[in-house]
Design a protein around this ligand. Structure first.
Ligand code: ADP
Ligand code: MG
Length: 213
């Protein structure tokens, strides 16, 4: 079972990974965007961190919803709307729940990534966060179908997200700010795919730390 404490730990860990990688994400965005991705994300998750204490008393659906609303109001940029949508959609899928089984977690992540795809209309291969998130969800589904425990399945998702993130390097961006560069966007890792990989890594770290399996 995935407990509310796992979800809170996921968000807490992700907030710290964003803070630690603020400069790195901003450097990646400096190469193909406007050098604000780390700053945007850190602003949002810093606010999420401040609100963590009040999240503790909510059900999982409301925790995700609150994170989503905070990101929508604080992050700004393309990523604010996209990550905000991800968490709001996960919140709808998890409405009223105090714990989740692994197929519910899969359903929520799937709904969240679908929300990002609708909102940003990006398909895989366009050098965006979708290139890390979509393979992660696919790997998670395959691992769970194969009988993997949540920790093991999320490790598989993390590995797929990392591969997807690295695969953005040779891609030419066709969505978002990086697309303005045309062929000059080739050869750089996408900042949003990088923050998306960290999101999946945080989920794996949170579940594996407390489940031990
Ligand atoms: P902005 O581009 O507005 O400055 P950020 O720098 O915070 O916003 O985020 C940039 C990231 O957002 C990109 O690296 C990319 O992964 C993601 N992104 C941009 N546009 C889209 C889109 N249409 N669909 C999915 N992701 C996108
Ligand atoms: Mg930017």
């Amino acid at each position: 079972m995935i407990l509310k404490t796992h979800i809170v730990e996921w968000i807490r860990l992700y907030s710290s990974y964003i803070a630690e990688n603020k400069e790195y994400l901003t450097e990646l965005d400096a190469a193909i965007g406007d050098a604000d991705h780390g700053i945007n994300m850190a602003r949002g998750f810093n606010e999420v961190s401040h609100r963590m204490a009040s999240l503790d008393s909510m059900d999982i659906g409301n925790i995700f919803k609150n994170v989503g609303m905070t990101l929508l109001s604080k992050v700004g940029g393309a990523s604010g709307a996209l990550y905000g949508t991800l968490f709001l959609r996960m919140g709808m899928a998890a409405a009223g729940k105090e714990e989740l089984n692994s197929s519910e977690l899969l359903a929520e992540l799937t709904a969240g990534v679908e929300g990002i795809r609708q909102r940003g209309s990006a398909r895989p291969g366009e050098k965006t966060m979708v290139d890390a998130l979509e393979p992660a969800v696919t790997a998670l589904r395959a691992a769970l179908d194969g009988g993997a425990a949540p920790c093991e399945a999320l490790r598989a998702a993390e590995a797929a997200a990392k591969e997807g993130m690295e695969a953005t390097i040779p891609m030419q961006a066709t969505k978002g700010r990086a697309s303005y560069l045309g062929p000059r966007s080739v050869g750089h890792q996408d900042p949003g795919a990088t923050s998306a990989y960290l999101l999946i890594k945080a989920a794996a770290d949170a579940l594996c730390a407390q489940n031990g399996s």
